[in-house]
Design a protein around this ligand. Structure first.
Ligand code: 5AD
Ligand code: SF4
Length: 445
């Protein structure tokens, strides 16, 4: 007779705010907790442990974190044994203040303390005390949490560096993610090899400023050389990286887009503004002309390259003329996609102390114009693909329409199409039938 063994693991629910870096951190947190008698759940009501992995890069995601925390009170009232933890950038920024402000919060863990989470949970359980751990380190111990490969899927992120030393005047990242640190190339290569053995076909190398990878490592290493090594790993069919800083995008690196067939034809290259005086106040370290020159070089070595970007509107001192220069830059580059934001003051940053703050209503108007304008470019670029053949990595059933499969082109566009889910993980040729703003519809050839 066979007895079913009861699953004694507790349930963990994790909600992620913000960027890919946080999504990847959350994935690692889950993998790590699975090794410590937890199992992940999508139902917050059945959770024994709720974690919020937070983002404070802009005002909007930060507000979202606080309202999410507010909603958790009811759950804690219902189940006093429930453990609630906050990690990520808000945790790093607020530290003990968060514990004081939110009486039902148990754990605050900073951006360098992910790997300590199982210990912190144990401590809360044993002592019933609330804990806060937000030390920022300058050793590569912080990469410990990244040594666990993600579950077998089709694509995966791989963290190659943490933190940032650029101190763009509006940005909180250097304060909450610490100084720039590169992960050892041996560890990165080991992880990519393991991922490829698990069936992963595409890796996205992650870091705040990947182009400056290698600084401070014992062994001489550059991002260019790292890419060379990853390119030789069998099984990996596609390589992407994000985020690139225009000032550190070397000619050597640009040339790789024409050399490596595994390197996908897409680069996310945040420009932030089309006005030189704003760029200077932002301390970005390049001019609009430098940026355009890099774009032209990229398009020369790789005519089909897709270029996406980030733009901030309403930076302190931004005039109507400055804003028009940003629109002019958009006309010149014709970005394939754009993330745009209203400037928001972040504590400690230089920009928060600048004069000439732009009225929120004007920021709103500029954002609206810019986004409407970008829609034209995005759609036009997508329409250009109608009737053309695209290579798509099949990721599985579409979440929005399970009848269809979904995948991405090398230029990172989402394509939905009909097919058998057995081809998940394969790279297939697809004829694009119809273009929309955020996706393409296609047919397997
Ligand atoms: N206000 C508005 N947008 C910001 N970003 C970073 N800091 C701020 C801020 N204080 C944007 C930048 C960056 C993206 C990740 O977030 O465009 O590239
Ligand atoms: Fe922030 Fe600038 Fe560093 Fe990007 S490069 S994370 S915008 S400080």
């Amino acid at each position: 007779m066979q007895f079913e063994t009861a699953d004694l693991r507790e349930n963990v629910y994790i909600r992620t705010f913000g960027c890919q870096m946080n999504e990847h951190d959350s994935e690692n947190i889950l993998r790590m907790l699975e090794d410590h008698a937890y199992r992940s759940t999508d139902d917050i009501n059945e959770a024994d442990l709720i974690l919020l992995n937070t983002c404070s890069i802009r005002e909007k995601p930060e507000h979202k974190v606080y309202s999410a925390l507010g909603r958790l009170k009811k759950l804690k009232d219902k189940n006093p044994k429930l453990i609630i933890g906050v990690g990520g950038c808000v945790a790093q920024q607020e530290g003990e203040k968060l514990l004081k402000r939110v009486s039902y919060l148990d754990i605050v863990f900073g951006t360098h303390n992910i790997y300590k989470l199982p210990k912190l949970i144990e401590e809360v359980k044993k002592t019933n005390r609330r804990v806060c751990e937000t030390t920022l380190y300058d050793t590569d111990a912080i990469f410990k949490a990244y040594s666990i490969p993600s579950k077998c899927k089709v694509k995966s992120y791989v963290t190659i560096m943490q933190g940032c030393d650029n101190y763009c005047s509006y940005c909180i990242v250097p304060y909450v993610r610490g100084k720039e640190m590169s992960r050892k190339s041996e560890d990165i290569l080991k992880e990519v090899k393991r991922l490829s053995e698990m069936g992963i076909k595409e890796v996205t190398l992650l870091g705040q400023n990947v182009n400056s990878y290698g600084k401070g490592l014992d062994k001489e290493m550059t991002f260019y050389r790292l890419l060379h090594s990853i390119n030789t790993i069998k099984g990996i069919k596609r390589i992407r990286f994000t985020t690139s800083h225009p000032k550190d995008l070397s000619d050597e690196l640009i040339s790789l887009f024409g050399e490596f067939d595994k390197l996908c034809e897409h680069i996310h290259l945040p420009v932030q503004s089309g006005s030189n005086s704003v760029l200077q106040a932002m301390k970005r370290g390049y001019t609009v002309e430098d940026y355009i020159e890099k774009v032209e070089k990229l398009k020369k070595v790789c005519p089909d390259i897709s270029i996406t970007s980030d733009i901030i509107v309403g930076f302190p001192g931004e005039t109507e003329k400055d804003f028009e220069k940003t629109l002019e830059l958009m006309r010149i580059v014709k970005f394939d996609g754009l993330f745009s934001f209203k400037y928001s003051d972040r504590v400690e940053t230089k920009a928060s102390r600048l004069h000439g703050k732009v009225d929120d209503c004007i920021k709103g108007k500029r954002l609206h114009i810019l986004q409407a304008y970008q829609k034209l470019f995005t759609l036009a670029k997508n329409i250009e693909l109608e009737g053309k053949e695209q290579e798509v990595l099949v990721e599985g059933r579409s979440k929005t329409n399970p009848e269809r499969l979904t995948g991405r082109t090398r230029s990172n566009r989402v394509v939905n199409f009909e097919g058998d889910s057995a081809i998940t993980g394969r790279i297939v040729p697809i004829r694009i039938k119809k273009a929309y703003l955020n996706s393409l519809k296609g047919e397997i050839i």
